[in-house]
Design a protein around this ligand. Structure first.
Ligand SMILES: NC(=[NH2+])NCCC[C@H](N)C(=O)O
Length: 502
């Protein structure tokens, strides 16, 4: 357990001293909050103290409903009056009354009632007096709260909470699309956020690296592969090979060729599943080389993983053990020779999920079930976040429900799906951006063009190439974060995905 260093944080005494200059003799506080680390806690506690006598509501009801605002024109903190659950008068009349009775405060302006809401604005001068000394003292550690990640903040020996953030998770030999990019950016941000809050964070990339298509890819490589190209550009080359062989496969399938690529790939993948060293060796080399390349590209985004996991890594034993439990508990059933889980009894929208195909092979969902159990055994996580596009809402909702039905509520209730919509303003002008590298290259070039439009400034830049590259990458990140994570609600509802973050 690392010792938690609190020496750099602003002490209560220092905060009290700043507040005294504003005429306040006590630091407003509320249980389990950190006014020395988070000034908003201080304001919420202060507003709670003032509202309690006016409204008659209990502080424990008031504090949690004082909310951050989505945009600053709505104030720094907003109170939805109905959330106070006061009986009798209409909320808009109560809002008016509260505003009239709210006393003069050294910290906040006179509140403003708007329909059933009350907006609070922080007074700028006092805010600066409170925050600036703390920023000056903490330097780059400002905003970090190592103790908020402790299992028991009052006892540092209890250790830090553990979180797995699974994000990006592209598929080998397939394009790295805008969804993977958003997952990378959101997941990277969330990881940093939890780390800043003192959690022990495991950044995990769960590669799509298993399935019959890797048999197809290996066959394709025999036909079209080049060692030299593979060395130079593994991700791009494997994709090209895959596209070429898939074309042949499709033609053959359309013409019902019996022993074509499809059948050979099935046999090849079967060899992989059975542990045939030669077949696995080829696949492993593709995987290793792709990871090496991914690492370089993620590095440009300043993203690093603790674990490159993937569908291939999930042990048969874990999936078999899960299958056994599902069978014993009556969670799964046979249907047309396949094994399915009927989730419609929990919610119609969850549907029926296949967990084992007729031929006995595992599926994407089966592997996710095994993966969740393995991760719990290995990391004993307190929380696990899956950063995956909203197209997979149903998949993750099914996964979480199955875990619960299997009796692994301990896992299910720690899991959260952070989903996102797919509106990207990102340039795919040339229509060629299939890989993360290409995307970054394109934005870099675009930035370079923009920079050149101002000749005199351009001449002052020492290394325009490198500068435009960094600007391009930053622009992608900033643009991604400036939009809403979920623009429109995905078809699934909250009831469907109770763990979702949207
Ligand atoms: N545990 C998971 N299922 N994570 C999401 C994986 C995403 C998947 N590889 C895809 O590209 O669609």
């Amino acid at each position: 357990m690392d010792a938690i260093d609190t020496s750099h944080t602003q002490s209560m005494d220092e905060l009290a001293a700043s507040l005294r200059t504003l005429g306040m003799n006590e630091v407003p506080s509320f249980p389990n909050t950190y006014p020395t680390l988070n000034p908003t806690d201080l304001y919420r506690a202060h507003i709670t103290e003032k509202l309690a006598p006016i409204t008659g509501a209990d502080p424990s009801v008031i504090y949690p409903v004082l909310q951050w605002t989505s945009t600053l024109d709505k104030g720094d903190i907003i109170l939805p009056v109905p959330a106070l659950r006061l009986k009798g008068k209409k909320p808009d009349a109560v809002a008016q009354e509260i505003v009239e009775k709210f006393p003069e405060s050294p910290l906040v302006e006179k509140p403003i009632a708007e329909k059933t809401f009350i907006k609070f604005f922080f007074k700028p001068g006092p805010l600066a007096k409170i925050v600036l000394p703390s920023i000056l003292k903490n330097g780059s550690a400002y905003g970090f709260n190592p103790s908020s990640g402790l299992r028991d903040p009052s006892d540092p020996s209890k250790g830090r909470k553990r979180i797995i953030v699974e994000f990006s998770s592209p598929n080998i030999a397939k394009p790295f699309h805008a969804g993977h990019l958003r997952s990378t950016i959101i997941g990277g941000f969330l990881s940093n956020l939890y780390e800043g809050a003192g959690w022990d964070v495991t950044r995990m990339n769960y590669l799509g690296d298993w399935g019959k298509q890797y048999g197809v890819l290996a066959l394709g490589f025999q036909k079209f592969g080049s060692e030299e190209e593979l060395e130079k550009n593994p991700i791009g080359h494997l994709y090209d090979v895959y596209v070429k062989i898939s074309k042949i496969q499709k033609e053959e399938d359309d013409n019902k060729v019996a022993d074509g690529v499809s059948e050979q790939a099935r046999q090849y993948f079967k060899r992989m599943v059975d542990g045939d060293e030669e077949a696995l060796g080829v696949w492993k080399r593709f995987r290793d080389m792709s990871i090496k390349k991914y690492k370089q590209t993620y590095g440009r985004l300043n993203i690093h993983y603790d674990e490159y996991s993937g569908e291939s890594q999930i042990k048969d034993e874990s999936m078999d053990a899960a299958a056994k439990i599902m069978e014993e508990k009556g969670v799964s059933e046979m249907s047309d020779e396949a094994v399915i889980v009927d989730l419609t009894k929990y919610s119609k929208k969850l549907g029926k999920a296949v967990v084992k195909k007729k031929d006995g092979t595992s599926l994407y969902l089966t592997r996710d079930i095994g993966a969740a159990v393995e991760r719990m055994d290995k990391f004993h996580f307190d929380k696990m976040i899956y950063v995956v596009a909203s197209q997979q809402d149903l998949h993750l909702a099914q996964l979480f429900k199955i875990m619960e039905a299997m009796g692994r509520k301990d896992i299910a209730e720690r899991c959260q799906h952070i989903n996102f919509g797919m509106v990207m303003g990102m340039s795919t002008r040339k229509g060629t951006a299939k890989f993360l590298d290409d995307i970054l290259q394109e934005v870099g070039e675009k930035m370079h063009e923009v920079m050149k439009t101002n000749q005199s400034k351009y001449e002052q830049v020492t290394d325009p190439e490198a500068t435009s590259d960094i600007l391009g990458i930053s622009a992608v990140m900033v643009q991604d974060m400036s939009g809403k994570r979920c623009v429109k609600r995905a078809p699934s509802t909250d009831e469907l995905a109770p763990h979702r973050g949207c």
